[in-house]
Design a protein around this ligand. Structure first.
Ligand code: G3H
Ligand code: 13P
Ligand code: ZN
Length: 324
């Protein structure tokens, strides 16, 4: 058993309380490799923002969970190096945990926060599973994110055609019966780069968010599927041989409004994937003679970092809040 505190990590409790009060959201960025992690830490140190490092089941399979844990531990030291020893608050979070065993395993590995995503189960089963994880996690002061409502699109191996919006009438009951520290909700965001069909009004249901906030004043709310799919980045991908047709994301203005309310964690993965792909495609097209991975992964890392600084400054509003 490794306790996250011994690794220099923090759980999300205090960060969320400050974010809700301060009207901003903490960025939750997924990582699977070194370049992504470097970009996240560099961006968050430069913008003086707290950060949630997210590891999905897919990331664990791809990179190996032990390696990812040590990378996060290294990130704590790297952040200190970049900030004259001060560091920034770093949470290591399991994204979309689907079983009690997986959450338990991550907690034993030193994660400071886990998500138990029971949203595909019945309401009763979701409560039972989430409660079981909360009981275990809280023994070690690890914070837990639950989910109510189903996002459209693909979440790991599970996919849903339509959104099932979170019902505001259920949130108080769910939170009190499970004891979760934060709640992910479904209000029209979805995973991936194709969140809306052309011609659809690309709006999220901020009215449902307001209703949920009324039922749970000051309680930390989480938004998944919050990439904005920047069209300038999609354009670069397509200009250099990519084929992304009709990729549409969530408007930054809507996310900014959400971050000013009870939303205190915003999950972004796809935008980072797009940024890295754009940079790599550009190098491959312009310098076909290059074959040193540093020559294309370096620019990919730089583009990702630039994107994250922009998000922290202009979308989440988390910049400058590392030492709140
Ligand atoms: O919610 C999904 C995240 O973007 C992680 O994606 O399962 O492909 O690693 P992944
Ligand atoms: P995006 O696919 O919109 O980046 O969402 C990521 C996410 O919710 C990770 O849990
Ligand atoms: Zn998600």
């Amino acid at each position: 058993m490794i306790n996250f505190k011994d690794l220099g990590l923090v759980n999300s409790r205090e960060l969320f309380a400050k974010a809700v009060k301060g009207g901003y959201a903490i960025p939750a960025y997924n990582f699977n490799n070194m370049e992504q992690l470097q970009a996240i830490i560099q961006a968050c140190c430069e913008s003086n923002s707290p950060v949630i490092l997210q590891v999905s089941s897919g990331a664990r399979k791809y990179a190996n969970q032990t390696l990812l844990r040590y990378m996060a531990q290294g990130a704590v030291e790297y952040a200190k190096e970049l900030t004259n020893g001060k560091g920034i608050p770093i949470v290591l979070h399991l994204d979309h945990g689907d079983t009690f065993e997986l959450c338990k395993n991550c907690i034993e590995y030193g994660f400071s926060s886990v998500m138990i995503d029971g949203s595909h189960h019945s309401y009763e089963k979701n409560i039972e599973l989430t409660r079981q994880v909360v009981e275990y996690a809280h023994k070690y002061d690890v914070t837990v994110e639950g989910e109510l409502g189903v996002l459209a699109g693909v979440e790991d191996e599970v996919s849903a055609e339509e959104h099932t919006y979170t019902q505001p009438d259920e949130v108080q009951d769910f939170v009190s019966k499970t004891g979760v520290d934060s709640l992910a909700i479904s209000i029209g965001t979805s995973h991936g780069a194709f969140k809306f069909k052309p011609g659809q009004d690309p709006k999220i249901r901020l009215d449902i968010l307001a209703e949920i906030e009324k039922r749970l004043p000051g309680f930390p709310i989480v938004l998944h599927g919050s990439s904005s799919v920047p069209q300038d980045i999609v354009k670069i991908i397509n200009q250099y041989g990519g084929k992304l047709k009709d990729a549409i994301g969530i408007g930054e203005d809507q996310l900014r409004l959400a971050a000013k309310s009870a939303v205190c964690k915003i999950n972004i993965d796809s935008d980072g994937r797009l940024a890295m792909t754009a940079a790599i495609r550009k190098v491959f097209a312009e310098k076909p003679e290059e074959f040193d991975p540093r020559k294309y992964l370096g620019p990919a890392r730089d583009m990702l970092k630039e994107l994250m600084i922009h998000k922290n400054n202009n979308v989440l509003g988390s910049s400058g809040h590392a030492n709140d």
